[in-house]
Design a protein around this ligand. Sequence first.
Ligand code: ZN
Length: 286
Amino acid sequence: MEGRRNLEVFTENKDDKEQQEAAKDVKSSLKRGYHHFFAESEDFREFIKNKEEKKICRDAILAAKLALEELKLKKFADHIEIEPDNIHILSKEDFERIGSPDSGGFHRLENTYAPVNDNILKFIHVITHELSHAISYYALNLEKEKGENSHTGLKYNDFALISKRSGLDFTKENGELIFQGLAEATTELLADRIRQQFVKLNKNLPMRKKKDLVESHVYYPQILIVNHITGSYSWLNNAEIKIPGVTKILAEMGTEPEDAVEASKKLGFKDLTEYLEAERGKQGEG
Ligand SMILES: [Zn+2]
């Protein structure tokens, strides 16, 4: 398995074999399951899900795929390798110890974590937000552990996995995290779409609950700022949620075939770039 398509792992030292191996392991984290490593090193166990929670997890993942398809990101959706087992329920104590006490949930690579919750709507709300994070673009820097230096709390053996990019947020050279509010707003905007699909999949949910689910938002003020700037739900804004930078790249794309190849390269569309280059070759011959 080549690992997650939306995850890039950078290393400090390209000649260090150990680093390269670790980067490979992280990149194909699904092979072993980052969760098991995380649970062992943090010493916690997850709750076994009941029937209702299992169904919610299945539906939430399906809803995430449907939401991406709706955003014309089907190819991306096909590569989501998140399964219900990647959604974990922790005791309140473990959740507060490992995650941040005032957040509803957190995520680690392809895994999402929520505290055990009697309020099933709250649970759906949290996991849809965290799923939205988990399917977003990630870029990590693999660095030899130098103590408490990772704000993401991600570790792999002797390495700290420093977040460079997670969705729209960005860590500067000096460690300062920027665009965090913007990243949360766009994450929640995607989560909003996931919840709408979830509601469609669960038609028998009482009307009031449906309303509660799709009408409440975390980071609502940040969302309002984003909406204010962008004029809300245009396809480009939604595309930007999934492919940060897409707007700038498309804005700069000219009308020549070469310009499309260039944009495709910048967008990281490997298959499409190859196709466009082959097409251009054919035209040259004809
Ligand atoms: Zn978040």
